[in-house]
Design a protein around this ligand. Structure first.
Ligand code: F6R
Length: 596
């Protein structure tokens, strides 16, 4: 969702700001803008549409060489995407950009800004800060935010305080990064990696005051706050396309490496699961909360934990969790899975668990993210920065980490031989993913059969059903083809009426115990004219029920599905490519969903 960038230093600020906004494009947005300090005041350039359009508008605006400013990519929440609703917004002395939602903006508008120009809550935030401003930015910002209900990361400029950016946050992400004689603000680390790796994480109730030479933090009482300077362990290359046409393809091809890293970290040293204050023993139930693909990873986790550790697991869609009045017990464990660590619904679920005194464990990709800070204990997936909106490598790492956690939770339930077999399965997983990637061309060829289709059905049983859900989401989000996933046995309870001549049906057959049952269901759809694609092991004969087959290496355990999902990620990618879709930034979607 919205992306924020800020700069104070010796470089030409519009170049840095627009370069930063390009790096934030993956978050999803529909308008963009910048504001810079010129000699005679603050100048704003903004537009509906892509950053490229903003770049051209900035060139036409012929800004003077300036050295400080703020920029924003907006994902519309309040009001349509338009030039007027784009950020930055200016009211009086104040110009600001905002990520989040000020929920009580209607009430604040009535009091402070009854005739706004835009439809946004952000303009009201600017008006409230301006109303509180009597020459002291710190006081004005703290006084104003004390009236805000909701989530915000704000970067604020005052027209009479040149070359200084003030920033504060509550629930929405923001980093403040230190360079050499230049400093930055950003929604996340990839935006500033080409300048510096050193950054601070502001906490709620702190204000950052950023100039070219200095970064200071103060609390609400005006006292200085000492903060730890962190170092990003992602390199700049990780946030580049590196010769691939799309980040999504690059990230799919990174899967063997990032999986290896994640597996090595946890497999070689299971004590990493230990923490003096956090006990992994679970006497009650496990609740998994997550959204979208992370929820699908949770379903895989449920399967592995119940199978190996025999602990009951309830998976919850995070956006439903807090309204369901969930049955939580202090002996339970809530596991929240999130790539970004900023998903508002997942964070709210964790907050609720904590209110019920239930232990929380975060499975997170982004270091220092809100979930990592909020959960009682965090295990990091080592997927590196994921830029494509559709998750691929992070999802795979989430699943692998959940499966490793299942082994840990199983403890002595596993015999030594079972444990050894699991370890071999994890060791060979990156290699099996490599093999799956080598079927890239097969996936590309099969994709040609999907491009003109309006509906696709994915089906499977057990883990293969969770996989079908993820494969279906992947296809629909990037190719805009309607797709649905079904437990294979459910089709005949209604959905089979939709199967006609050439309807595409995709199934994975990795679970040997249920394979024959799914094959029977495939025969049912084949008999009704479906065009059937299966992903399964080389030695499974598929001629009498499938039109196309993608082979994967055989592995008889919970890790068997991962190579299959990789081939279906490739299939979605090639369908979207052949349809000419915007693969890395599908319409209406945002990488980090920071609103409810
Ligand atoms: C789909 C996708 C989303 C995310 C979901 C949760 O490809 O990426 O469904 O999985 O928005 O995001 P995180 O994992 O950041 O909480």
């Amino acid at each position: 969702m919205c992306g924020i960038i800020g700069y104070a230093g010796g470089r030409n600020a519009p170049d840095v700001l627009i370069g930063g906004l390009e790096k934030l494009e993956y978050r999803g947005y529909d308008s963009a803008g910048i504001a810079v300090f010129e000699k005679d005041g603050v100048r704003v350039v903004k537009t509906q549409g892509k950053v490229e359009r903003l770049r051209r508008k900035v060139e036409r605006a012929a800004l003077a060489e300036v050295h400080c400013g703020i920029g924003h990519t907006r994902w519309a929440t309040h009001g349509e995407p338009s030039d007027t609703n784009a950020h930055p917004h200016t009211v009086g002395h104040v110009t600001l950009v905002h990520n989040g939602i000020i929920e009580n903006y209607h009430d604040l508008a009535a009091k402070y800004h009854p005739s706004p120009v835009s439809d946004t809550d952000t303009e009201i935030a600017a008006a409230v800060i301006n109303a509180c401003y009597r020459g002291d930015p710190q006081k004005a910002i703290f006084e104003a935010v004390s009236m805000f209900h909701g989530a915000y990361a704000l970067c604020v400029m005052f027209d009479d305080k040149p070359d200084t950016v003030y920033a504060t946050r509550c629930a929405s992400p923001l980093i403040v990064a230190r360079g050499e004689n230049e400093n930055f603000l950003a929604s996340d680390v990839p935006a500033i990696l080409c300048y510096t790796k050193r950054y601070y994480l502001p906490e709620q109730g702190e204000l950052a005051i950023v100039t070219r030479d200095d970064i200071r933090f103060v609390d609400e009482a005006g006292n200085p706050v000492e903060k730890e300077l962190k170092t990003a362990d992602w390199d700049e290359d990780a946030a580049q396309k590196s010769g691939y046409d799309h980040f999504m393809l690059k990230e799919i091809f990174e899967e063997p490496r990032v999986l290896e890293q994640t597996i090595l970290k946890y497999k070689n040293d299971f004590s990493i699961f230990e923490d003096e204050e956090f006990c992994f023993e679970v006497k009650g139930n496990i609740h998994i909360v997550a959204c979208g693909s992370a929820y699908h990873a949770g379903l895989m986790g449920k399967y592995a934990i119940e199978k190996l550790a025999r602990i009951p697991v309830i998976t919850h869609i995070a956006s439903e969790f807090r309204y369901d009045d969930p049955i939580l017990h202090p002996d339970d464990l809530v596991i929240a899975i999130s790539q970004s660590g900023e998903t508002a619904d997942t964070l709210a679920a964790v907050r609720l668990a904590k209110e019920h005194n239930v232990r929380t464990l975060g499975i997170v990709n982004v270091r220092g993210s809100s979930l990592a800070r909020m959960a009682d204990h965090t295990l990091y997936t080592l997927a590196g920065p994921e830029i494509a909106v559709a998750t691929t490598k992070a999802y795979l790492c989430q699943v692998a980490l959940m499966q490793l956690l299942a082994v840990k939770l199983a403890g002595h339930r596993l015999t030594m031989q079972e444990y050894k077999d699991m370890m071999v399965a994890f060791e060979t997983l990156p290699e099996r993913i490599e093999t799956a990637l080598s079927f890239r061309e097969t996936a590309e060829n099969i994709a040609a059969r999907f491009v003109d289709k309006e509906h696709v059905f994915f089906m499977g049983r057990g883990q293969d059903f969770s996989l079908a859900m993820e494969a279906s989401l992947k296809l629909k989000e990037i190719s805009y083809i309607h797709s649905e996933s079904y437990a294979a046995g459910e089709l005949k309870h209604g959905t089979i009426s939709l199967i006609t001549e050439n309807t595409p049906v995709v199934a994975s057959l990795t679970d040997s115990a249920r394979m024959q049952k799914t094959i029977s269901n495939l025969k049912e759809v084949k008999a009704r004219g479906a065009f059937v694609t299966v992903v399964t092991y080389d030695d499974v004969a598929t001629d009498d029920f499938a039109d196309c087959k993608i082979s994967i290496p055989r592995q008889p355990d919970v890790t068997a599905t991962l190579p299959a999902i990789v081939t279906l990620q490739l299939l979605s990618y090639y369908v979207a490519l052949q349809k000419g879709c915007d693969i890395d930034q599908p319409r209406n979607l945002a990488k980090s969903v920071t609103v409810e």
